[in-house]
Design a protein around this ligand. Structure first.
Ligand SMILES: Cc1ncc(C[n+]2csc(CCOP(=O)(O)OP(=O)(O)O)c2C)c(N)n1
Ligand SMILES: [Mg+2]
Length: 333
């Protein structure tokens, strides 16, 4: 294995790829954006409890990576996990119910926004400790390897996790044992309000892989097909026992770090440049270069998504809340 960075080239062509698969990717991107926008509204309106960390602008990282995985592969996520969850196949209803604290939520209403997950669908509930998912992913991958199961773990984390001790320990362990982990750094340039160049002398995250002896790659994280291609290559290498792989996905958070953050630290010209590279608009423009995809097709996808969310919110508002008797069930520590 050659521990160097390679430029990414999309493995899936928008012109020759399967139409329904490509439209499904579009649907997932739109679903994440619309879900997040609705959740923001519900939160600001005061209908929804708790706080939220949202991923508008980063949809292509979740969709591209999860589309490269199999149903029985796993992901680990962070406090910013709504997009990862939807992309891994969690349902709108179980997620909205969870956000409303209902017993019908994916974590029975006890996890909320920051701990979204469903083990049956291959998502470990979100881990809010920055970098906390990295050693855990290495441990899961070690179990897969020891049990000779052909599964892969994709471990999502932010640029803020890269300077944590957990990153070094988890990544190094995965490297020495060739564990099947795709480390996915969503580099959105900021850890809360701190810009990456204030905390990294070498801001190219994928370079770190070479120092541990495995392959790293920097990818345009706002190009869903580029992400998909890189993630497919990485997952295949992991399945062949040539893992781990580090993918650095360059992207941008359009909203504040959490809902109370007005995001004043992002420069106007920087925001404008990234907004012009919006992952959904870019992918829509790519899709429309096909003769068999029309604006009406894309509008129909969006209408379907909005309808699903509308119905989900109405049900979630009426979903049953846990009783006091359930306070200590499923509590392990
Ligand atoms: C170990 C640890 N330190 C600090 C925090 C507080 N905190 C929560 S999110 C965050 C910033 C994380 O930035 P990044 O990893 O880049 O993820 P992003 O928010 O950009 O998705 C911080 C410092 C935490 N949750 N865990
Ligand atoms: Mg970040």
């Amino acid at each position: 294995m050659n521990p160097t960075s390679t430029p990414s080239t999309p493995a899936v062509s928008v012109l020759t790829g399967d139409r329904s698969f490509l439209l499904r990717l579009y649907e997932q991107l739109v679903l994440i954006r619309e879900f997040e926008e609705r959740v923001k509204f519900l939160f600001l309106e005061g209908t929804m409890p708790g706080t939220i960390h949202q991923c508008q602008g980063q949809e292509a990282t979740a969709v591209g990576v999860c589309a490269a995985l199999r149903a029985d592969d796993y992901i680990t996520s962070t406090f910013r996990g709504h997009g990862h969850a939807l992309a891994k196949g969690l349902g709108v209803q179980e997620m909205l119910d969870e956000l409303f604290g209902a017993v019908t939520g994916c974590c029975k209403g006890k996890g909320g926004s920051m701990h979204m997950g469903n083990m049956d669908k291959g998502m470990v509930p979100g881990i809010a400790i920055v970098g906390g998912g990295i050693p855990l992913a290495a441990g899961m991958a070690l179990a897969f390897k020891m049990q000779r199961r052909p599964q892969v773990v994709a471990c999502f984390f932010g640029d803020g996790a890269v300077a944590e001790g957990a990153f070094h320990e988890g990544v190094n362990m995965a490297a020495i044992w060739n564990l099947p982990v795709v480390f996915v750094c969503e580099n959105n340039l900021y850890g809360a309000s701190t810009r990456i160049d204030k905390v990294m002398k070498n801001p190219r995250v994928s370079d770190r892989a070479a120092s541990y002896g495995f392959r790293g790659e920097t990818v345009d994280g706002n190009d869903v097909l580029a992400v998909l291609g890189a993630a497919r290559r990485a997952a295949a290498e992991c399945r062949e026992g040539q893992g781990p792989v580090l993918l650095e996905l360059l992207t941008y958070r359009r909203t504040g770090h959490s809902r109370r953050d007005a995001c004043h630290y992002q420069a106007k010209d920087e925001r404008e440049a990234w907004f012009a590279r919006d992952p959904i608009e870019r992918y829509a423009a790519q899709l429309l270069t096909r003769s068999d995809v029309t604006l009406a097709d894309l509008a129909a996808v969006k209408a379907r998504v909005i309808q699903e969310i509308d119905a989900g919110v109405e049900r979630a508002k009426r979903a049953p809340q846990p009783t006091v008797a359930e306070l200590t069930t499923d509590v392990l520590a």
